[in-house]
Write a protein that binds this ligand. Sequence first.
Ligand code: FES
Ligand code: FES
Length: 188
Amino acid sequence: MNDVHLITITVNGRPSEVAVEARRTLADVLRHDLGYTGTHVGCEHGICGACTVILDGEPVRSCLIFGVQADDATVETVEGLAGDDGLDALQESFSEQHALQCGFCTPGFLMLATALLRANPEPTDDEIRDAVASNLCRCTGYQPILAAVRQAADRAASPDTAGSEGNGWGVWEPHVDVPREAEQPGGQ
Ligand code: FES
Ligand code: FES
């Protein structure tokens, strides 16, 4: 007989009661029991960070937490970022900086960076690099992800100029060291 527990969990502001097998991870509860499939599962053992969500204010790997541990907890997933008026500021920066290709890692990076910018709204480049180093991306080479988080932080710090014409966002230069074409063989 399965060991099933009734838990109460609030996801993106919506409370739910779920009957959860004790062996089930939080990632499984979110994806399979509640339908929040934006939380991706890659390695399933705490390495890749694709499953990152915010649990009671802290970024966690949801593949490493049992669903029953989230009883009475508040969870934020990638589905909670965008509002009625569109993408949130971090999602906009990811789009503009081309910080995703296949997109599999993106929900995890977005939740990780969301938690970072809440805790530290004006991070240094090193702090951004240190924070996102915990997650893996197979596609982007990471620099666009660093640039996107930098841009979102800078825009939040200067809301009066963000998005206005002529402020340089269109030719925004990341603070991180992006290899230049001239440094590549043949300069191509
Ligand atoms: S799926 Fe959770 S860390 Fe990789
Ligand atoms: S965009 Fe493909 S794994 Fe990151």
